[in-house]
Design a protein around this ligand. Structure first.
Ligand SMILES: [Zn+2]
Length: 336
């Protein structure tokens, strides 16, 4: 069974299109757009996938199930690939980490973030309702993360309580980096997750906003997934979590996760601790502006020819982590 553990459902965003007009976009309209610079340097319109289009892409790429979460931001332009290669080298270098931080942690005084010089608003309370609507409609294809923000308007424990008994519920996602908080602020949620035996997925930031160790010290049995191969610590993160068997990393994202980091993290931690995910619809788009859903799966297949390791990375680890029932796995893999 192949499972994409990290995909953002695009709910309503007001985005500015090429003609400069402000357009409200509401899920499940087939496409929300953001302008992006393709590798040729000209601006193209990026298309987010509606649910049906996403299902088609999953089928085309051989992905049985996708774990959905809400979105924090409208589609943003992906930096041109040569520039991304430089960004990866900077981010992954311990010596240049401070520069990497300056490049990717460019927050505006209004709580937004600048990407390639353009400010984007960050949603404080991502839409969990829209996620679980989709999960309920396609229970055999989608799973749902509950997105929480201890600095948001909604109480994280209330949000978890609302969805924890949904059949497709798999755990909680939080973004200490863009929502600007220390992971230990998730303590009440982490305690409940440990009791439920479900994972917490976090996108760490720099400094205190990346300090997952304080949280783990308080809830040592917590199943913790660090997004994007342990961004922003990379090799430091791998060293820290090596002895912590309940900590996993996902391989999602093309701006934060290079081929080298993919290879090295698996070499370091072994194929049982890493999880396939896309972070779609953010990431590489083709010349027509269509999200390249299969990119990271193809990367994993290319880098890890060993069938056993590949199976672990592409879905088995995650199925075990979230406690997916084996009969669901069997049924889905028959359709693959
Ligand atoms: Zn993400």
């Amino acid at each position: 069974m192949v499972i994409d553990c990290h995909y953002h459902l695009q709910s309503s965003f007001a985005s500015t299109s090429k003609d400069g007009k402000e357009r409200g976009r509401t899920w499940p309209q087939p496409a929300s757009t953001g302008s992006g610079a393709c590798s040729g340097g000209h601006i193209i319109e990026q298309q987010a996938l509606g649910t049906d289009a996403l299902l088609r892409e999953m089928d085309r790429s051989g992905v049985n199930r996708t774990a959905l979460m809400g979105s924090l931001i409208e589609l943003f332009p992906e930096p041109p690939r040569p520039l991304l290669r430089i960004l990866h080298a900077i981010l992954e270098s311990r010596r240049l980490r401070r520069l990497g931080q300056l490049l990717v942690a460019n927050f505006t005084p209004q709580g937004g973030i600048k990407i390639l010089g353009r400010p984007f608003q960050i949603v404080t309370d991502p839409d969990n309702g829209a996620v679980f609507d989709v999960v309920r409609r396609h229970p055999d294809r989608f799973l749902g993360w509950v997105f929480v923000n201890p600095r948001g308007r909604l109480d994280p424990l209330d949000e978890l309580g609302k969805y924890r008994d949904e059949p497709g519920f798999i755990g909680v996602k939080a973004h200490p980096f863009w929502h600007r908080f220390a992971p230990v602020e998730l303590l009440p949620v982490a305690r409940e997750l440990a009791e439920l035996d479900k994972p917490l997925l976090i996108h760490c930031g720099f400094g205190q906003e990346g300090d997952y160790e304080v949280l783990l010290a308080r809830v040592p049995e917590l199943k913790l997934v660090l997004a994007h191969t342990g961004f922003p610590g990379y090799s430091d993160t791998w060293k820290t979590v090596l002895s912590l068997a309940n900590v996993y990393l996902d391989l999602s994202q093309t701006s934060y996760v290079s081929e080298k980091a993919t290879q090295e993290s698996v070499a370091r931690l072994g194929p049982d601790r890493l999880l396939f995910g896309t972070d779609g619809p953010y990431g590489f788009h083709d010349k027509e502006g269509r999200y390249d859903y299969g990119f990271i799966k193809r990367r994993i297949e290319r880098l890890f020819p060993d069938k056993g390791a590949r199976r672990r990375l592409l879905g088995e680890n995650f199925a075990e982590l979230v406690g997916l029932k084996p009969e669901l796995g069997r049924r889905s893999s028959e359709t693959a």
